[in-house]
Ligand binder design. Structure first.
Ligand code: SAM
Length: 174
């Protein structure tokens, strides 16, 4: 399996800018942070595995609300992981794993597995395997938060693609 979003793959430095064009990106992160805070706030510190974590945006946000002892960001894109490593995520320990998510082997050490806009990168015939990998990393009382693409109506979806298209024209191709 490989990453299929050429636009931000070609321009990793523009990752957040491009993602914020999505009508659902910020809302999804806010909802994710609210869920995590609600269910995990009583734990002293949490360990987090961020599946297809990109530049670590979601882990970074969560760290603003709950202390993190260890964050493991897994992504197939090395450049995204380099950005994550240098972006001062508030965690005692930061580990990045450069791998296809279906190939990772995890210990049952995580309070939280994040899957934010990641599941749709996996083909249908591999989705069950993906979920098994995600669950394999959880402690007995751990949580998996799986947040996916959502657009409430066709207009908004069209606006999003129009904006992306405009951006694509604006970004000079090498
Ligand atoms: C839409 S982004 C979401 C990133 C992050 N979760 C966030 O919300 O900002 C999808 C990410 O999945 C990664 N990805 C795609 N296919 C992957 C795979 N097979 N294994 C690991 N990462 C993958 C991409 O490199 C990209 O960083």
């Amino acid at each position: 399996m490989s990453s299929d979003i050429n636009l931000y793959t070609e321009h990793p430095e523009k990752y957040s800018e491009l993602q914020n064009l999505r009508p659902d990106y910020r809302g999804a992160i806010e909802t994710t942070v609210a869920l995590v805070t609600k269910y995990l706030k009583d734990r002293n510190k949490i360990s987090v595995a961020d599946f297809c974590g990109g530049i670590g945006n979601v882990t970074r946000k969560i760290a603003e609300h709950i202390p993190i002892s260890k964050a493991t960001i897994i992504d197939i894109n090395k450049e995204f992981l380099h950005i994550a490593e240098s972006s001062s995520i508030k965690t005692e320990k930061l580990e990045t794993i450069h791998s296809d998510i279906l190939e990772v082997k995890l210990e049952k050490e995580f309070d939280l597995v994040l899957s934010i806009f990641a599941y749709h990168h996996v083909t249908d015939n591999k989705k069950e395997k993906y979920l098994k990998v995600a669950l394999s990393g959880l402690k007995e009382n751990g949580f998996l938060v799986l947040t996916e693409i959502y657009s409430p109506n066709q207009d908004l979806t069209n606006q999003y693609y129009r904006k992306l298209l405009e951006k694509q024209i604006l970004i000079p191709r090498a």
